[in-house]
Design a binder for this molecule. Structure first.
Ligand code: FAD
Length: 453
């Protein structure tokens, strides 16, 4: 027998995804998701909806398999893949093909700083900070388990943000009041700030310390998450997961082969022929410098020193290794991770003075390598700069043989948003129901429509 989800699963503004989903997750016939989507999306059959908090049976389950194409193997793409697998009914044949020109982590995700915490630069709690933080930690844990042999992918020693200007001090203090219990913000003075990093300057004798914030190795994380997806796919008969190292240059080339195509191409979604000029995204290239401390110079950082946020950030990777980021080159169309000598010098000219404002010792460090990525920046809304999610059938054209979805615009906070939003999008895809997404993430579509009229 098949089941129907309760009306409470409809998202609106305050969709309690985790709570509701947990209630239904362990029921034996969760494959109703597929029946429901098959009926509503493909066969147009009406469905009886129960008002209980449970799901109720409506009709026999036809044998069906679903084929998903996920474009992009960065934070967005792999999160969607994981959640599609995790939430698919065990008895359903599910096949997922991932397409990525460069393989896992070939885009901005693999080049990111790997800093994760739920706050803005002025330590204001971000939109749905609790959910995003919790789900990111959960997905990191899943990858960490799969990666036992890959080495350490998470560094859990906090992030420190010294107050730099009097102008911002009160704002920072106010914002810090509203911190999450699971990611605290402690206000510490110069002496306490200097315990983990002796050479640090604290101009206003106050730093904001997030002891639970973390810094990860993004490449290792993505490889490990992919490994976790492979293991999850192999757990059940009838599931398939394939990674194709292939460039997709036209969405319609996938039509007919798949039930759903999910576009997770980061900044490059904007140059697909069907999407060009249709997404409210701006590109912004960022360069990061990997610096090392020469052996003959005494180190200031400990193995477990926190990372530092200031006008530039320092992600501490070890006693003699740090990543310094990042530049902001708006409207760039340079997608390459490669950084020329000229671009490297320019980036260092910009970043070193900013970093030395809090850590003068940076001037003794030498360049090991520079790398870059292109961010897809969404517009600013009353809730901050939120990623763009939802069906894009209205753009591709209705009456297509498959459904098209977008998970894009993760901006400068991809690590923070990818897990929870990837889960929401996977659920919307499984149910074939965009209304399961919080409206804040799909309002870009309404504005888009108005602009096109
Ligand atoms: C310098 C820098 C530092 C950053 N630091 C942080 C940080 O510390 N913390 C944080 O949370 N966020 C950070 N970000 C932001 C974060 O990296 C992004 O938000 C995130 O990577 C976006 O993920 P994505 O999966 O949407 O895109 P991507 O990671 O870019 O993934 C898209 C994938 O699609 C593939 N692809 C593209 N076009 C095609 C095509 N036509 N055919 C096939 N495959 C294709 C690419 O190869 C790529 O693997 C940083 C970004 C930059 C640039």
């Amino acid at each position: 027998m098949a089941l129907v989800p309760p009306p409470s699963l409809a998202a609106g503004n305050s969709y309690p995804v985790t709570a509701t989903y947990r209630k239904t997750k362990n029921l034996p016939a969760v494959h109703s998701f597929f029946l429901l989507r098959g009926m509503t999306a493909r066969k147009n059959t009406s469905i009886a909806v129960t008002h209980s908090s449970c799901i109720r049976a409506v009709s026999p389950l036809p044998h069906k398999s679903l084929r998903y194409a996920v474009l992009g193997a960065g934070f967005a793409g792999l999160s969607v893949v994981w959640h599609l697998l995790e939430h698919s009914p065990k008895e359903m044949n599910v096949s997922i093909d991932i397409f990525d020109e460069f393989g896992v982590g070939g885009g901005a995700s693999g080049s990111s700083g790997g800093l994760l915490h739920p706050y803005s630069p002025k330590v204001k709690l971000l939109w749905r900070g609790a959910e995003c933080w919790r789900e990111s930690l959960r997905l990191l844990g899943i990858a960490e388990e799969a990666a036992a042999a890959n080495g350490c992918l998470i560094k859990r020693r906090g992030i420190l943000r010294p107050a730099l200007s009097l102008k911002h001090l009160n704002i920072l203090k106010d914002n810090a009041q509203n911190s999450l219990p699971s990611c605290r913000i402690e206000q510490i003075d110069q002496d306490d700030t200097r315990k983990p990093v002796p050479g640090l300057l604290v101009p206003l004798n106050l730093s904001f310390f997030m002891p639970e914030a973390i810094s990860i190795n993004p490449q290792l994380y993505l490889q490990s998450l992919f490994q976790a997806c492979e293991t999850e796919a192999n757990r059940f008969h009838g599931r398939e997961l394939r990674l194709h190292r292939k460039s997709i240059n036209d969405l319609l080339e996938l039509e007919g082969e798949f039930d759903d195509v999910i576009v997770c191409l980061g900044a490059r979604a904007t140059i697909l022929p069907q999407l060009i000029g249709k997404l409210p995204l701006r590109t912004c290239r960022g360069v990061i410098a990997h610096l090392q401390l020469p052996q003959d110079i005494r180190e200031d950082f400990l193995e477990d020193s926190p990372s530092i946020l200031s006008d530039a950030w320092l992600a501490i990777k070890g006693k003699r290794d740090l990543h310094l980021g990042s530049t902001w080159e708006w409207n760039s169309n340079n997608y390459s991770n490669h950084v020329s000598m000229e671009e490297t010098s320019k980036a260092l000219e910009e970043l070193l003075p900013k970093a030395s404002g809090v850590y003068p010792g940076i001037n003794s460090w030498t360049l090991a390598k520079a790398y870059a990525g292109l961010r897809a920046m969404p517009p600013l809304t009353v809730n901050g700069s939120l990623p763009l999610l939802g069906s894009i059938d209205h753009i591709i054209g209705d009456n297509r043989k498959c459904k098209f979805w977008l998970f894009g615009g993760l901006g400068a906070r991809g690590l923070f948003y990818h897990a929870w939003l990837g889960k929401l999008l996977a659920q919307a895809v499984l149910f074939s129901n965009e209304d399961l997404l919080p409206s804040e993430l799909t309002t870009w579509k309404k504005k888009n429509k108005v602009e096109r009229q």
